[in-house]
Write a protein that binds this ligand. Structure first.
Ligand code: SAH
Ligand code: TYD
Ligand code: ZN
Length: 415
């Protein structure tokens, strides 16, 4: 277990405040979600129990066990941000927004935590603005560097943040997307941000939103990398704990529903009306109440039953079913539901590094996207449902040829 704050807390203890965590969802033994394996590799797989709980004191929703970060983020980490054209546009707009607002002063400086292939920082670089990306996963860090982005192949944490602050001076903006929820050691993270930010600088991050996960029953947002499922309520409490304040929130339509949090030093910026409004909405819908979360867990169980029944019915009727996109999320679905190659023939994916390998746990073959277009199946189980608009626009011939999409979010349905 990695603990950048020193002590290793016993399980079911909040990683932020140390109080008791109440478990509400058990997704069983799971492999590392993005560890695709060669067919000849029959060595024992690293597995862990994937379960989620909520802190009874600070409301932070979190996994009850922690996978060592090096098991997930290493040289061969296969997730490449720029695979989605829609996400590339999203991050170009995000960068442009920072350039137009926070980065207009003299020699501004922006730091990104988890810059991956440089999907956001490319635009910052093109504008000639000083920047630094932290990216521990070697291959994607190299891709960022090849695009001219300044990148450091390191995990962001307190010690290194202090080093950067001393060498390069303070930052106007520290930004993270789909990365801050991967970092269990929030104390070290916030102290690092504190060391690095200008007095009136902002820390902005966007992550899958608990409110959307509960609303859509998108339980596959839960996997090893997603240690936290943030809400405005829990992020405000965490920010306060470390001397900061939540000053803005914005709901984003990406990745099935995210929330962008803007955090500043206490008293440095006036909180927007959106913060109070969303906190009130979360309270109104009892988002962090155990009854709400237990009802969510019951719906997850129902989806498993229905999805397996649907796949068995299609198999009995002689229909061909393949998976579309070997996402990290798919590992949760397949291993929780016990769906293997008998029910899903293979999974097609656009990432070359995943081709020819088997999915973690259930060992379903991963094949190139061309294997989808050259031999359309009867049904495609859409694991990248968060990119549905982009995918369905691209695959209109699949549907016009009689193919059907099978979805499990927000419920099991054929489209
Ligand atoms: N921001 C990109 C990448 C998200 S994937 C996007 O939204 O598409 C998460 C990335 O965070 C991975 O590339 C992973 O290597 C990196 N990461 C994980 N832990 C980190 C840490 N402690 N500091 C910096 N990056 C980290
Ligand atoms: P994403 O939902 O971002 O991934 P994750 O759950 O892993 O965070 O989807 C990324 C994966 O989906 C990646 O393996 C590439 C694949 N993909 C396709 O195969 N085709 C597509 O059109 C898109 C958008 C993604
Ligand atoms: Zn807590």
């Amino acid at each position: 277990m990695i603990d950048q704050d020193g002590a290793t807390p016993p399980s079911a203890t909040c990683r932020v405040c140390g109080e008791r965590v109440e478990e509400f969802l058990d997704l069983g033994q799971q492999p590392v979600s993005q560890r695709f394996r060669a067919p000849e590799d029959v060595s024992e797989e690293f597995t862990f129990r994937l379960a989620v709980g909520i802190c009874t004191a600070c409301t932070m929703v979190q996994l009850t066990s922690e996978v060592p970060r090096e098991e997930m983020f290493h040289h061969d980490y296969p997730f490449i941000s720029s695979t989605s054209r829609y996400m590339a546009q999203h991050f170009t707009r995000t960068a442009q927004h920072f350039l137009d607002t926070e980065l207009t002063g003299n020699d501004p400086f922006v730091v990104e935590i988890g810059c991956n292939d440089g999907i956001m920082l490319r635009t910052i670089r093109e504008a000639g603005v000083r920047h630094l990306g932290f990216e521990p996963s070697g291959r994607v860090a190299e891709m960022a560097a090849e695009a001219g982005v300044r990148v450091r192949t390191d995990f962001f944490e307190e010690v290194i943040a202090k080093e950067v602050a001393a060498a390069e001076g303070p930052a106007d903006v520290v930004y993270g997307a789909n990365t801050i929820c991967h970092i269990p050691y929030l104390g070290s993270l916030f102290r690092g941000v504190d060391a690095l930010l200008k007095p009136d600088g902002i820390f902005v991050f966007e992550e899958p939103y608990l409110g959307d996960v509960v609303e859509k029953t998108s339980f596959d947002q839960v996997y090893d990398e997603h240690f936290y499922l943030f809400s405005a309520t829990s992020v405000r409490a965490a920010a306060n704990r470390f001397g900061f304040e939540l000053v803005d929130v914005e709901r984003l339509p990406v990745h099935g529903g995210e929330l962008r949090y803007t955090i500043a030093r206490r008293g440095a910026r006036k909180p927007s009306a959106a913060v109070e409004a969303l906190l009130a909405e979360e309270a109104e819908r009892d988002l962090t109440a155990l009854t709400t979360l237990r009802a969510f867990a019951d719906r997850v169980d129902g989806i498993r039953t229905e999805l397996v029944a649907k796949l068995q019915e299609l198999k009995a009727a002689g229909r061909r079913v393949v998976g579309y996109a070997a996402t990290a999320k798919s590992a949760t679905v397949l291993n929780y539901c016990g769906i293997g190659p008998d029910l899903v023939e293979y999974i097609c994916d656009t990432t070359p590094a995943k081709h020819g390998l088997l999915s973690p746990g259930q060992r379903i073959p991963v094949r190139p996207h061309a294997d989808f277009t050259s031999a359309h199946p009867d049904y495609a189980l859409l694991f990248a449902w968060n990119h549905a608009a982009e995918v369905m626009a691209k695959e209109s011939e699949f549907v016009s040829g009689g193919g059907r999409w099978l979805l499990y979010v927000p419920d099991v349905r054929v489209m």
